[in-house]
Design a protein around this ligand. Sequence first.
Ligand SMILES: [Zn+2]
Length: 398
Amino acid sequence: MSLSGQQFVPGSDRQKILLPLAFCRECGAEYFSVWKVTDTATGQVHFKPRDLQDRVDDPDEGEAGFLYRDPANPWPEDADEVLARLPDEWLEEVKGRLKIRGTLRDEVPRPVCLGPSGAVEAGGLTFWYTRTPFRFCQNCGVSYRVRRGSSDFGNLATLASGGRSTATTILSISSVRFLRDEQSLKDYARKLLSFTDNRQDASLQAGHFNDFVEVSLLRAALYKAAAATGEEGISHDELAIKVFKALELPLELFAREPGVQFAQKADTEKAFRNVLGYRLYRDQKRGWRITSPNLEQCGLLRIEYPSLDELCRAESFWQDCHPALVSATPGSAVVCSASRSVERSMRQPVGTELVEFSSIAGNEAPNRRPEILPAVRDQAGFRLRTAAYGDPRRWASA
Ligand SMILES: [Zn+2]
């Protein structure tokens, strides 16, 4: 393994190749990004390094694809095991038997034996080859609906694939933090000036900067609140209240009228808590920010559902279900993992909107009607400064 971009292992007399790695954004499994080159005269196949961005086949280079190899979780050779490991949407039932869909048959991982030079040779190491685009992870099974030629950036990460805006934001924040502690400078001089010849770039960077600060603040507060609660966790109805407390933001940073008192102050704080609730759940959506995955994706937050374990153990609920569930022991790993998978797949990609609305409705009104969103928007817009939660016009489309 090497961090510097090289084509060959140093000292190997160009006999051992190095291939660039990409990592599954869901589980971190390693994939080699390769060109598959077939010699037209001899039919000999060898593999060579490919930049992840080069995603379509190139007559001068070869076929764009990936190699996978993990001795701890190898891709199976047995046809039935392959069916069990492929994503459900790859399969169809024909005359009572499961088969791989015709359009995807060529996309199933194929074994290749490779020598150190990248050439196919007997006795080499077995790798599993798939063509681009990246359709599913052979390790964790996460799958994507893709078209030929679509980008893999959202599904696979490479080293330092953060992006220019993120890099600029992080460098700027570090500089500002350093300047704040720099006693040799006067207060007004502790600032960072940036020059650009492009107004569009400047506004993009400014937007990225604001967004990054807001998301970091929100996640830090959520983490702080969750860590303080301990094992019992925070329930949905007290989430916004606890995060609001952990955030400890002075009123003047979010209130349009920082001088408000008594009931008006309570109303303003409530409006802010509603906005926080909305933002917190929105941030839990999978794939929403690919270069800064949320706390759950990073393994820093676990979302549990009340009574899910009791439900898994209650035999009567599973009687009319799939045979695999009916025959499974109540409360067993099969039932629990199936329930959690269903819960996750409902919540992460599509189900978040529902939670958002119920969260917006707040603790007092168990109201899930979508109309509540504009109501809270108006209320929050009246009470809060725009800078605290972004442009309210975005709510309408959110
Ligand atoms: Zn994976």
